[in-house]
Design a protein around this ligand. Sequence first.
Ligand SMILES: [Zn+2]
Length: 389
Amino acid sequence: MKAVVWQEPGTVELQDVPDPRVQQSTDAIVRLTMSALCGTDLHMIRGTFPGMAPGTVLGHEGVGVVEEVGSGVRAFQPGDRVVVPSTIACGTCSYCRAGYTAQCDTANPNGPLAGTAIFGGPEATGGFAGMQAGYVRVPFANANLVALPDSIIDEQAIVISDVLPTGWFGARLAEVGVGDTVAVFGCGPVGQLAIASAWYQGAGRVLAVDSVAGRLETARRQHAEPVDFSAEEPVAMLRELTGGIGPDRVIDAVGVDAYPQAEGSESEQAQASGGGTLAWSHGTLPSQAARWAVQAVAKAGTIGVIGVYPPTFESWPIGSAMNKNLTVHMGNCNHRALMPRLVDLVASGALDPSAILERQEPMRDAVQAYQAFDQREPGWIKVALEGLT
Ligand SMILES: [Zn+2]
């Protein structure tokens, strides 16, 4: 099969690699019909997420058709149409049973304390081959695969692999409830789906903070109230818009990884920040988004953090948060635990994530997509994979 393969920082190639095979009795092989690229892939390519093994197939989002199953797979058979969660869960351990599928004890071969297992990531995340390929081996297939009804097309289903559950998870972490005023920091694809999720979970108002005009316009089309941090001081504006109180709930969909690191050129930085004079910060300083979130949220409010912070990152405005009696929840999305319900919501038409993201990123060929992607702001791109098998 053909696959998008990581060779070294800065080098990604479409290569012929061996087809994956059933290795364990509970494995399934899925023929992929659609995948996607997201900002996380760019960090692996640039080397800002270290520990990638040369030859790793990239991609942690996938939709396809079951091609082959091991003898222990009872829930699926060849021909079944499925969406594959980005993170891998065994379905058997106590964490999986409690819904913390991103904290599975078993899936990461480096051990129960090694962290979340993910497709197409560094060796520390398990070294699993990714889904920008003709086929993928899915471990623990009984528990990992999520069946798709025919009424959901690939363009909708691919969003359920990662970005929709992550946005939904952010709204859940922030404890969005009926009538709440919710601010979403970072209006990339996950932020947009956090906005949609906040509405669905009962928000009374949603405020959307970013500096990229197109993202703010997409947020406004979802009837969020845009706040452009390159044109107005966001904390002051969030207070002004909320009667001086601040939003009840804040979703941090930025983390420290949203934009290119400092090695980028000045023009790249300017492009990444939408041409504004401010940009999200990086490295060992508290992230700008984290500080704004803590400053802006109402006293005794709640923050949900879904933006990615590396394990080595140790700086966060805990003093301000403690003195405001804030509640802060954070974590890697428990994809598998959330996905069946999201399949139902998409199938029913209650949520149509492809309509929200359609305006952001066109569909492209995988390698062309990487070339284009690396030269503009990280976002999310659907990739059709016909022909890679
Ligand atoms: Zn588990």
